[in-house]
Design a protein around this ligand. Structure first.
Ligand SMILES: C[S@@+](CC[C@H](N)C(=O)[O-])C[C@H]1O[C@@H](n2cnc3c(N)ncnc32)[C@H](O)[C@@H]1O
Length: 251
């Protein structure tokens, strides 16, 4: 990837970049991202995280990593080494690979441009969540954050177990994940997940109801949720989905 040696160069690269996922407020330029989550951090994140070490899982262009850093945290984040490493449903792989080739941008380039434009010190490590372990990310953390990842995985509970493994004892997991509102009304007390692999959602395995989302975390060994707030999803999200911001503790 071409190195960015100044903020001006980073901002020029930001304007030229064709594949923004996150809407990010860079100095003098807001990226035209597919996912505008700017209304969520005030509800989801503690106001101050000064000096707190945080691991952010599945960062994409870094929206959550930069929000955590803005609150004073020392942030490490992970994402896949390449977009094509994603656990796409097998029946969707060919069409998703075709789309990925059409964009033809190195995975993580948006993050790199945004970090340079913001003067960020977030450390981004290419790592599949299924391989997450203390030795891959410099130890354990008191806080792990994960946003809108679990629905894209064949085995959400396995991914949550990996997050459990990099949390300090008594540490907190903060999830900001989508759930189905209609499924939650239909099954308020049972854990239910819709399998979406033959739906129009190209990257999605599961859409859980709220109890289903919470039970994934409890099955992986967490207790909670302690705090539970909700937010509208990004503007491009499918109808009937909402974001749940949930905190769990490592037993
Ligand atoms: C829908 S985006 C969510 C981005 C961000 N976390 C958010 O909440 O806005 C999904 C992200 O998960 C990443 N991802 C998908 N599978 C992954 C895996 N197995 N390990 C790590 N990251 C993964 C993708 O590369 C992408 O950055």
């Amino acid at each position: 990837m071409a190195e960015l040696t100044s903020r001006d160069e980073a901002l020029a690269a930001a304007r030229a970049y064709p594949a923004w996922y996150h809407t990010l407020e860079l100095p003098g330029y807001t990226t035209p991202g597919y996912a505008d989550l700017r209304h969520v951090p005030a509800r989801a994140l503690p106001a101050a995280l000064r000096g707190q070490r945080v691991l952010e899982v599945a960062t994409f262009d870094g929206f959550w990593a930069f929000e955590l850093e803005r609150r004073g945290a020392e942030v490490t984040c992970i994402d896949l080494p390449a977009g094509t490493d994603a656990q796409w449903p097998p029946n969707k792989r060919a069409e998703n690979e075709y789309m990925a080739r059409a964009f033809d941008v190195p995975w993580g380039r948006g993050f790199e441009i945004a970090a340079a434009a913001l003067g960020s010190r977030v450390d981004r490590i290419p790592c599949d969540v299924m391989e997450l372990a203390p030795e891959r990310v410099g130890g354990t953390f008191p806080l792990v954050f994960c946003g809108t990842l679990l629905q894209h995985l064949r085995d959400p509970v396995g991914a949550l177990q990996r997050m459990h493994a990099v949390l300090e004892p008594g540490g907190t997991l903060l999830l900001v994940e989508t759930f189905s509102v209609p499924l939650t009304f239909r099954h308020p007390r049972s854990a239910v997940s819709a399998l979406m692999t033959t739906s129009g959602m190209s990257f999605t395995w599961w859409v859980p109801n709220l109890r289903g989302l919470e039970d994934w975390a409890r099955t992986a060994g967490f207790t909670g949720p302690g705090r539970r707030v909700f937010a509208p999803p990004g503007q491009n999200s499918s109808r009937g989905l909402r974001l749940a911001c949930l905190t769990f503790q490592k037993k």
